[in-house]
Ligand binder design. Structure first.
Ligand SMILES: *[C@@H]1O[C@H](CO)[C@@H](O)[C@H](O)[C@H]1NC(C)=O
Ligand SMILES: *[C@@H]1O[C@H](CO)[C@@H](O)[C@H](O)[C@H]1NC(C)=O
Length: 367
């Protein structure tokens, strides 16, 4: 009896070790042959003073505009007449008149619209992450540019017009796309670009390369520099357009409390930067281990588990000198999560999100 027991437990151990071995083999095969990424480790920068600012949950007090009518309004722009535009996930450009009525303005063929900007000619320029840069006007839609240096523009993300008509826009990743953008974060290798479209020559050129998920783009009040945000480096760069530093790049702000998404110039010359929660709280360690990331990247469900964007929302105001002056958040994601843009207009902040069916409006001057 004792011998039999000893034998069966020995067999059990053997069976168990074979099972473990098989798992290990499967894990290794998965990592080395099937993983879509070849990652570097990613360390979150140390907390700056602003991250220690206590939560204020001001974003829980927003008024919801167009609720139920707007599917994931990622970016917002306001024209000279105060009409508010947004691009939605179902391919619409919708606009809000000053009298409070919404209009389904133009339907675009595609579900990959991201950053938008109104331009001087009362046209709208839209980043379509599948097609490139589009121009949308009363008379229809046209593609402004779809290629740069012989390659297809893969993941146009945000755009801004300078007063000479040049359009500066970001390419978040030349490797991944909107539907699997999080793999770019897991891979943590810089595949982003800053591009420029010149309307007179109709040429597109590469201004900066090797950016860490190039996201929001804004031009300073005096147009002496441009800011481009690098999402998973938690920083934004300053690219000089004028003066003795023309063509050079500095850091505008680093160690942001969240990962920067879109950035918009405010009337006083400061900037509003949406802050996304890139990693799930408690699972930040995942980003340090290359093999673990390779494994996770092979399963969409695991990838979603480590992505923290739907946990909360935050936006910061950064003065022209690169100092944070204000932070508004929804620390529990009760009303707004995954806020991707904040734009100031008429003493209110308008907030877009990839997890909302409305635009949030927050009064900035509280009586
Ligand atoms: C609001 O203004 C738009 C544009 O002028 C107009 O088409 C719409 O009918 C107006 N809505 C209301 C409720 O007055
Ligand atoms: C443009 O493409 C050529 C040929 O593929 C390549 O050698 C060059 O480095 C590219 N230029 C930039 C700025 O990426």
């Amino acid at each position: 009896m004792a011998l039999l027991h000893w034998l069966t437990s020995k067999q059990a151990i053997q069976a168990f070790s074979s099972f473990l071995f098989a798992c290990l083999l499967a894990f290794t095969l998965q990592i080395f042959f099937f993983s879509p990424i070849s990652p570097d480790s990613l360390e979150r920068p140390s907390a700056s003073c602003a991250s220690i600012l206590p939560p204020n949950n001001r974003l829980q007090g927003v008024t919801k505009l167009g609720e139920g009518f707007l599917k994931e309004p990622e970016d917002i722009s306001v024209d000279k007449e105060g009409i508010i535009y947004t691009a939605t996930r179902d391919g619409w450009i919708k606009r809000l008149y000053k009298n409070g009525s919404w209009e389904n303005w133009k339907k675009l063929d595609g579900e990959t619209l991201l950053g938008i900007t109104t331009t001087k000619e009362v046209d709208l320029v839209v980043c379509d992450s599948a097609k490139g840069l589009l121009k949308v006007g009363e008379n229809g839609v046209s593609v402004l540019t779809s290629h740069v240096n012989g390659s297809k523009i893969r993941f146009a993300d945000d755009v801004i017009e300078a007063s000479d008509g040049s359009l500066y826009f970001s390419v978040a990743s030349t490797k991944f796309e909107l539907h699997n953008w999080y793999l770019d974060v897991l891979e943590a290798k810089p595949h982003g670009q800053l591009l420029k479209y010149d309307p007179s020559s109709r040429e597109t050129s590469i201004i900066l390369e090797d950016l860490a998920f190039a996201n929001g783009v804004a031009v300073s009040k005096d147009e002496d520099y441009l800011v481009v945000c690098e999402t998973w480096k938690y920083r934004c760069l300053k690219y000089w357009l004028k003066g003795e530093n023309k063509g050079k790049t500095d850091i505008f702000i680093e160690n942001l409390p969240g990962a920067p998404d879109n950035i918009n110039l405010a009337p006083d010359g400061s900037f509003w930067i949406a802050q996304i929660q890139l990693t799930t709280e408690g699972l930040e360690f995942v980003h340090k281990y290359k093999a673990l990331k390779k494994f996770i990247a092979t399963f969409p469900k695991l990838t979603a588990l480590v992505n923290g964007v739907n946990q909360k929302a935050a936006v910061v105001n950064v003065a022209a000198d690169g100092k944070i002056t204000e932070k508004f958040d929804d620390s529990e994601g009760k009303v707004m999560k995954f806020v991707t843009t904040a734009i100031e207009f008429d003493d209110h902040l308008y907030l877009g999100s990839l997890n909302s069916n409305f635009i949030g409006r927050l009064p900035l001057k509280v009586a």
